[in-house]
Ligand binder design. Structure first.
Ligand code: ADP
Ligand code: ASP
Ligand code: MG
Length: 843
């Protein structure tokens, strides 16, 4: 029979050696256009093909969501989901097929699947719980429908196609929710059923599902269609498996976390198996098992760019100069530890520990070596930790009672990162490089494991540090240079707005303008209620919509956002990756701690908010430390003079070798407006009221009139010059008696000081002077004062909300360098911020 096994032969019983198995992921079957594109690719291929189809994009999640509603006693929500599913599939069918019998047959299938789904949901609602067995039955609908639809689309595209039931082919062990395949049985069935078909027609098999020995439907675990594809390829001795995905191939790291992740042109089966095992979503964890050790080549290719070659996974070895090729992360893990001094030298503890875990049918993802023999640790999904702990405690009842074992504990909230590459075995110092990179980034490694194969090193960190850890190891091995280092996409600068008031909105609008730089986009917004985050960038429409709703008083958490504290939101965003992220602070809060968290996550920071820079010297220096150490940058042009280039001018002067001796001027648009109005004869109280009405002042004008805001600007300028002393005590223009009154009362009593102001103005006018609120900064001194200046000086000639800042330097000593222009208003402040963002983007 040896000859019959030779793959080169083809017959009706045995598929042709040129057989390929193609898998289409959910993203490649999102709607009518995608399905047509998939069908065209299939129809355009010459040789025999078997297709494994995922459910339409998002359908599996939706099926589970509806069932969860039903279980939790929300039948109306479940019913809404059922209606959505029905509509989505019906629309796709109608979009793909003209009316006729093929369309009718499919619509009937869709209707009956939806009906069964509703019935199942009702049953789940009555029971109040959903066993994995029921859940498997429920979700199997998604793949069954999509496969029938795809098959019809292939026929429509001009190639013969047949739908085959996966449950007749894929035999599983009956472990609901994450079944393993029974290979010999699956092989027999696949050959019997598919063998005769493949020579004549393109067979489409639903992915993800199989049948248990007792006849029930089982799923192979999320992402299981990858596994279906490799199983079928192995069973039918295909030449090649192609997984069509929405990524260019297997990348050096998860592109949602590491933005400079690169396409890996080729990986060995064993390397890909480790990447899959350690949680890279791009491959089902067990997808490589059926084809490891065979000559079947697997390709992960881009559905978006079908001409590109993607990643080849095969028995070859390449990229030898990269001992490390990829990183993968499993999240939501717990470390379970069995510890006790009495364990040293006692045989069989490890074996019994793992037997106890096995007895619960749980599988351990990584085993950690302890430095001594006095503990054994391993990770498994958080959700399974308590079952594992109980089972182990049970197994060691006596040892726990006698004190031979101290305790069995679990620590949730962990992530396991695997550093994978075949060349690691022959390259000394890999582990040292990994851990010194992590140490330099101050990431705390909780446990370390070196695979016995030396093809991976894995380590556990707190989940919140997983993204930073990936980025730092990725950089340490220069993985962004793999495959010629071609970037997968244009590098963008991703902006997250902290605060979404007037300035934040003006900025979002300027960024979204069609003539803005396309590479700068807003990915997130935070307010005190929560955040909105879209790693691909929030559309102009969405931003406008949010702006309108915010104007009407709504908070982000109620506008489709998530409720969360700001630090939590930032950690979440950082773990999702964002490219060259910039956090823009447009609040007026004490945000220093939060900004340092952001910097710790690699965010650059742009401030319009003065407070974090105008606190103690230590907090100021702490905030700017990373900038001086080559880390993320902190820019704050908009804190002084709104959009005017004040900090920029200072830097340019210094860069060209000048020394700035003194910076002086009117830096408060509000005070300038009030004081100049009064100087030209207006009543003080009217001037204040007008400033509020025109939006020049803070809602409570005392924030401006007290001089505190101007003093902060003065301090920021003085610190630029090296001043380290205390904040200045500004001249306070609020009459003492009115300082603590409620706002309406304050406004009412303000006219009481009008006469005093008028007299003072008159007095100065007699001497050719006008009142101005002037801030002066030198390396040794800073002040914020109401002063009388000659009308003939540039400051004296100012009017409206204009700012004027004069730099006295070694070169500009006799006549200072003056920067002047509008120094208040949302639009110009946003322009100042945008300038900082662009300058970061072009770094
Ligand atoms: P499918 O549509 O075939 O089910 P998936 O969505 O399961 O595809 O897998 C592709 C996704 O996996 C990508 O969108 C990407 O976000 C994620 N991913 C995680 N790690 C990697 C990696 N190393 N390479 C490529 N993609 C990855
Ligand atoms: N549809 C299933 C899932 O979303 C299986 C798959 O797509 O591979 O997990
Ligand atoms: Mg998948």
């Amino acid at each position: 029979m040896a000859a019959a096994r030779r793959p080169a032969r083809s017959s009706t019983r045995r598929p042709a050696a040129s057989l390929e198995v193609w898998k289409f992921g959910g993203a490649s079957l999102a709607g009518v256009a995608e399905i047509q594109k998939a069908a065209a690719l299939i129809a355009g291929h010459k040789g025999p093909l078997v297709i494994a189809a995922s459910a339409l994009a998002g359908v599996t999640d939706l099926l589970l969501e509806g069932a969860e509603h039903a279980r939790a006693g929300r039948p109306a929500d479940a019913s809404r989901v059922a209606a959505t599913l029905l509509r989505r599939h019906r629309d796709v069918v109608k979009g793909l097929l003209p009316s006729g019998s093929a369309r009718r047959t499919l619509l009937t299938a869709v209707d009956s699947a939806a009906r069964e789904y509703r019935n199942l949901c009702t049953a789940i609602g009555l029971l109040g719980h959903m066993a994995p067995r029921v859940s498997d039955r429920l979700v199997s609908r998604g793949e069954r429908l999509s496969a029938q639809i795809l098959s019809a689309a292939i026929v429509r595209a001009g190639r013969r196609s047949t739908y085959a039931e996966a449950t007749d082919i894929v035999a599983t062990d009956g472990q609901h929710g994450a079944a393993a395949a029974l290979l010999p049985e699956t092989t027999r069935r696949a050959r019997r059923i598919l063998g005769p078909l493949v020579a004549r027609t393109v067979v489409v098999v639903p992915g993800f599902i199989g049948r248990a020995p007792d006849g029930s439907v089982t799923t192979l675990g999320r992402g299981g269609t990858d596994f279906t594809a490799t199983l079928l390829a192995r069973s039918l001795r295909a030449r090649r498996v192609v997984l069509w995905k929405d990524v260019p191939g297997i990348l050096t790291a998860d592109p949602r976390v590491v933005t400079d992740a690169r396409l890996i042109p080729q990986l060995h089966h064993r390397e890909a198996a480790e990447v899959a095992h350690y949680g890279a979503k791009v491959l089902h964890p067990r997808a490589l098992i059926p084809i490891a050790g065979t000559r079947i080549v697997l390709h992960v290719r881009s559905f978006l760019d079908p001409a590109a070659s993607g990643t080849e996974v095969s028995a070859r070895r390449s990229l030898r100069s990269y001992p490390v090729k990829a990183l993968a992360t499993v999240r939501a893990q717990a470390i379970v530890t069995v510890a006790g001094k009495g364990m040293v030298g006692v045989h069989g503890i490890a074996a019994r520990t793992f037997a106890a875990v096995e007895a619960e049918r749980l599988s351990v993802s990584t085993i950690f070596q302890a430095s001594s023999e006095s503990s054994i640790g391993f990770t498994l999904p958080e959700s399974e930790a308590s079952r594992a702990v109980n089972s182990i405690r049970n197994a060691f009842r006596e040892e726990l009672a006698s004190g031979l074992i101290d305790n069995v504990t679990s620590r949730p909230g962990m992530a396991v990162l695997a550093v994978v590459g075949d060349g690691m075995a022959g390259t000394p110092g890999i582990a040292a490089r990994v851990f010194s990179a992590l140490a330099a980034a101050r990431i705390n490694v909780v446990a370390i494991a070196q695979g016995s194969s030396e093809r991976n090193i894995s380590f556990a960190v707190q989940s919140s540090e997983a993204a930073d850890a990936s980025r730092c190891v990725h950089a340490a091995f220069q993985l962004s240079k793999i495959g010629g280092g071609r970037p997968q996409a244009v590098q963008t600068t991703d902006v997250v707005l902290l605060g979404f008031g007037r300035v934040g909105r003006a900025l979002a609008d300027q960024i979204a303008l069609p003539n803005g730089q396309a590479t700068v986009r807003v990915v997130g917004l935070l307010d005190r209620s929560g955040f909105v985050f879209e790693p691909k960038g929030l559309s102009r429409r969405r931003l406008l919509h949010l702006t309108q709703k915010k104007d009407a008083g709504a908070l982000l958490a109620s506008l489709g956002g998530k409720a969360a504290g700001a630090a939590e939101a930032l950690t979440f965003m950082a773990s999702h990756a964002v490219s060259r992220p910039v956090l823009v602070d447009v609040t007026s809060d004490e945000t220093g701690g939060l900004l340092r968290t952001a910097i710790g996550h690699g965010f650059n920071v742009v401030l319009a908010n003065k407070k974090p820079l105008a606190g103690s010297w230590d907090s100021y220096a702490g905030l700017l430390a990373s900038t001086n150490n080559g880390g993320p940058d902190v820019r704050y042009e908009a804190t002084v003079g709104a959009g005017l280039p004040i900090i920029d001018t200072y830097r340019k002067l210094v860069e060209t070798g000048d020394r700035v001796l003194r910076i002086e001027g009117c830096v408060s648009g509000t005070l300038m407006f009030v004081v100049s109005a009064v100087s030209s004869g207006q009543r003080f109280s009217d001037a204040v009221r007008e400033a509020v009405e025109r939006g020049y002042a803070e809602p409570d004008p005392r924030d401006d009139l007290s001089g505190r805001d101007a003093a902060r600007k003065g301090l920021i300028l003085a610190r630029l010059l090296g001043y380290r002393g205390p904040a200045p005590t500004p001249d306070d223009l609020v009459p003492r008696a009115l300082r603590d009154l409620p706002l309406p009362e304050f406004m009412k009593r303000l006219p009481a000081s009008d006469d005093e102001w008028a007299e003072r103005v008159e007095r100065e006018r007699g001497q050719g002077r006008v009142l101005r609120y002037v801030v002066t900064a030198t390396p040794r001194r800073v002040s914020a004062r109401l002063s009388a200046v000659p009308v003939s000086t540039p400051i004296g000639a100012l009017h409206g909300t204009r700012n004027l800042i004069a730099f006295t330097t070694r070169r500009y000593r006799a006549e200072p360098l003056v920067v002047s222009g509008p120094g208040a208003g949302a639009e110009v402040t946003a322009a100042g911020i945008l300038n900082d963002i662009y300058s970061l983007a072009s770094r």
